[in-house]
Design a protein around this ligand. Structure first.
Ligand SMILES: CC(C)(COP(=O)(O)OP(=O)(O)OC[C@H]1O[C@@H](n2cnc3c(N)ncnc32)[C@H](O)[C@@H]1OP(=O)(O)O)[C@@H](O)C(=O)NCCC(=O)NCCS
Length: 142
């Protein structure tokens, strides 16, 4: 995607960008009281850091996603595009990149969870080919 003639570069997150990434998460409404963003970044950097992605446009972090593969399913977390850059196709671009990485690893299916307070994002995932699964998503905090 081009913006003023520039293309978004997608690459691995660099820990030196931690504060900028947290600002991006906040702008996207991705931080939650139960999650410490510093801890979440350190934990992901320790596990499959090659799939911790950012999109850079004009020197600025404008998109991000945490991708994971557990050997059975691929997972998408912390997907965000800065509000100033939404609806330009950047979310689709970083998802395409994530999907290609997962395909390369032999992953047959991607799962993701959407908070019930954020149902507006369902239209985006549908545009990327995702469909609602007939499952109840459950969790247990450790
Ligand atoms: C979800 C998100 C990453 C999408 O990023 P984006 O760069 O705006 O998405 P794209 O421009 O690639 O959108 C592709 C298509 O998705 C659909 N879409 C995207 N946002 C939409 C919205 N708010 N409402 C309806 N459809 C939407 C449209 O069909 C769009 O195509 P169009 O712009 O040509 O109509 C972005 O809205 C975001 O960061 N939201 C806040 C964080 C969040 O909720 N993350 C997901 C947590 S589960």
């Amino acid at each position: 995607m081009e913006n003023n003639g520039q293309k978004m570069l997608i690459r691995r997150f660099d820990p030196a960008e931690e504060n900028e990434l947290i600002e991006l998460w906040r702008a996207c409404g991705l931080t939650a009281p139960q999650n410490d963003p510093h801890k979440d970044i350190a934990a992901k950097f320790a596990v499959q850091s090659d799939m911790f992605l950012v999109g850079v446009l004009g020197g600025r972090l404008v998109a991000t996603v945490m991708v994971g593969y557990d050997g059975h399913r691929g997972w998408i977390n912390y997907l965000g595009v800065h509000p100033d850059y939404q609806r330009l196709g950047l979310g689709g671009l970083i998802m395409d990149y994530a999907e290609a990485m997962l395909r390369d690893k032999g992953c047959p299916k991607i799962n993701l969870q959407v908070r019930k307070s954020n149902l507006g994002v369902v239209a985006f995932y549908q545009s990327q080919g995702f469909r609602e699964d007939e499952v109840i998503s459950m969790g247990k905090r450790l």
